[in-house]
Design a protein around this ligand. Structure first.
Ligand SMILES: Nc1ncnc2c1ncn2[C@@H]1O[C@H](COP(=O)(O)OP(=O)(O)O)[C@@H](O)[C@H]1O
Ligand SMILES: [Mg+2]
Length: 235
């Protein structure tokens, strides 16, 4: 996973605290156990949760918020309680994906009362969650519309941002590790990819490699990359 150094450090801190959780507990301190990841799509929120599960050795239980906040809105709060009851009994990393759906449904006036109740239930469940091992990681694309009261409940809020120039370069390099690459004007390529998500950068690399192979070229060359970039831009 390619992240800016500052963000990488924050992920690593969570993992180090988890590894030292018994030592921390001895001093009455709790490791970071409730994490909120936010940022644009395709930049590593899901990947980041998987990475935390991998490094802590916790099995990951994935719950999509938009599946819980179902058309049976009346059942949402109790659905949530069931999820938390279940994960309380096992050591796992509970990944709550697409938390945006809480914020989104709130704009629907018919659902306001019910959503308030759901948010309150969620806040209560988060407050009560304090396992001796285990972790909650929530993810959202929106950073403004989530309830402020909700933000406060997390031990760590981490923005997973769009990749910068350095990260784009690294993602491309990593993806090209199995193919030969010719002389490329990297600064020009990176410039053309400004604003791309990590997922898009990965797709550019894959497309360029495939173009090179189909063209029976031994190398990925500038036009392969530029054509792949141009194609992503029109989508
Ligand atoms: N920071 C990153 N470094 C390397 N690859 C990434 C990164 N972020 C995303 N990707 C690639 O894009 C895919 C989609 O990313 P994902 O984590 O699902 O994004 P999000 O959950 O933020 O929408 C990943 O499976 C991975 O292949
Ligand atoms: Mg995701």
């Amino acid at each position: 996973m390619v992240l800016p150094e500052k963000i990488e450090k924050r992920f690593r801190r969570i993992e180090r605290e988890y590894a030292a959780r018994d030592r921390l507990a001895h001093y009455g301190l709790r490791y970071r156990q409730k994490i909120l990841l936010y940022g644009p799509p395709g930049c590593g929120k899901t990947l980041g949760a998987e990475r935390l599960a991998w490094h802590t050795g916790l099995p990951m239980v994935k719950v999509r918020f938009d599946a819980i906040v179902s058309s049976f809105l009346g059942e949402t709060a109790s659905n949530l309680s069931v999820v938390f009851e279940t994960v309380d009994k096992m050591d796992c990393l509970l990944f709550l994906d697409e938390c945006d759906s809480l914020a989104k449904s709130r704009s629907d006036p018919q659902e306001v009362g019910e959503i308030k109740r759901v948010v309150n239930t969620f806040l209560q469940l988060l407050d009560d969650y304090s396992p001796s091992s285990g972790m909650i990681v929530a993810a959202t694309n929106l950073n403004e519309s989530l309830d402020r009261a909700l933000w406060r409940r997390f031990d760590d809020l981490i923005e997973v941002p769009l990749p910068g120039e350095q990260e784009l370069r690294l993602i491309l390099k990593e993806k090209f590790s199995t193919v030969e690459v010719g002389a490329i004007d990297w600064s020009r390529i990176i410039e053309q990819m400004s604003g791309f998500s990590a997922a898009q950068a990965e797709k550019v690399a894959q497309d360029a490699a495939k173009r090179a192979i189909l063209d029976r070229e031994e190398l990925v060359i500038q036009p392969h990359l530029e054509e792949a970039i141009a194609e992503i831009k029109v989508i």
